[in-house]
Design a protein around this ligand. Sequence first.
Ligand SMILES: [Fe+2]
Ligand SMILES: [Fe+2]
Length: 167
Amino acid sequence: MSTDAIVLLKEDHKEMRRLFKAFQDAEEGPASQRQKLVDQILEALTVHTYLENEVMYPEVRRLLPDLEDDILESYEEHHVADVLCAELAGMNADDERFNAKTTVLIENVTHHVEEEEEQEWFPKVRDALGRKQLQEIGEKMIALRADAPRTPTAPKAIKKALDAVTA
Ligand SMILES: [Fe+2]
Ligand SMILES: [Fe+2]
């Protein structure tokens, strides 16, 4: 198994895309199925955001000051997604806004993931950091994963989400 930070984050993104597609396919389906998928989406996003905010973003910011603007924009995009996730966590699948809010969440995160992977900064990070450095960052993320909050309303998730935009 690779410990390369970018490989690990891309694996998370792939799983998110799978869950997003499953939700879109189930949009007209039973509430129980949509609820289950959104619960999975919220968990995947909470863990992933935590690892990026706690490890990847600060490490990249420290090692590659030129990418500061990309990192700051990413924190803000995470913050928008955090708000939507927290609201969705308090909703039921039969709420009239449930699908709309989930759709906006999916659109926002899809845009953000595209910026990370393609247009913006993962390629720059890959070029600038050596394999060993990326593996060290990946190992830190693997170590932290077990302790990551799993729901958007977990106290640790809320605190970190706020720290990320106010620090
Ligand atoms: Fe991100
Ligand atoms: Fe990401």
